[in-house]
Design a binder for this molecule. Structure first.
Ligand code: MN
Length: 241
């Protein structure tokens, strides 16, 4: 049976078509798989496990149905939904894995990561990342009333849009040295990640060994997932009508 990987679904009440498409992906492709790995940014925003956005709640219920049906679901934190916690796991039946994580696919060790940690050329972003991934910062944020957290998340998204608009695109892609370091540290020949919204399969050689970096696509304009079965990896797209 297949294992499926998605990233950067960016589910958002403002984009109901993407939510519908992801829900049908869960009912169809994912329901027929052995496992689903969500490599970060499933949600455009997640201000805490008390999130009550109706679209997000539908997705949690659909994930719960999937996991109850025997499909193992794993989630990594993205830069938008790094506050997914125990409450999300209880609601969805997903297991949150720490980023990066090594999984075994038929005996091959494969590194899974959201991918933002590899974008080391983007210094302002990396500074922000260290701040919001700090446990003390998170506890202080989660102690705020939800309406206040939602307002801060909106402001952060506007700030992010301004940052993206004025940053050279290459700065926001992965850094070659960071990628090489990740391959070496994990001692793997394959990395699967998302975040950059630049789907593709990159073959490279590091220390005389052939390696492969598979980048998952975002779900803004179409569905996108990676399918693994019996040693074969296939990047797939789902057209949106
Ligand atoms: Mn991301």
């Amino acid at each position: 049976m297949a294992r499926l990987f998605v990233s950067d679904v960016h589910l958002d009440a403002a984009a109901p078509q993407a939510t519908e498409q992801f829900l049908s992906f869960l009912r169809e492709q994912a329901a027929a798989a052995e496992a689903l790995y969500i490599l970060g940014d499933l949600f455009e925003a997640w201000v805490g496990d008390d999130d009550e956005e109706p679209g997000n709640e539908r997705v949690c219920r659909a994930l719960r149905e999937l996991t109850s049906g025997g499909v193992a679901c794993f989630a990594l934190h993205g830069n938008r939904d790094f506050l997914l916690g125990a409450g999300f796991c209880a609601r969805s039946g997903c297991r949150v894995l720490s980023d990066p994580v090594i999984t075994q696919l038929d005996g091959e060790r494969v590194l899974l990561t959201h991918g933002d940690a590899l974008c080391t050329d983007d210094h302002p972003y990396q500074e922000l990342r260290s701040m919001v991934r700090d446990r003390t910062w998170q506890q202080r944020f989660l102690a705020l009333p939800r309406a206040h957290r939602e307002q801060l998340a909106d402001e952060a998204r506007q700030g992010s849009r301004r940052h993206i608009a004025r940053t050279v695109p290459d700065i926001m892609d992965v850094n070659g040295a960071a990628v090489a370091a990740a391959f070496r540290a994990a001692r793997v020949q394959r990395i699967v990640h998302g975040h950059t919204h630049r789907p593709g399969v990159h073959r490279l050689e590091i220390d005389g060994t052939a390696r492969e970096r598979i980048v998952l696509g975002a779900w803004y304009e179409q569905g996108s997932y990676l399918r693994y079965e019996r040693g074969r990896y296939q990047l797939c797209t789902l057209p949106r009508h």
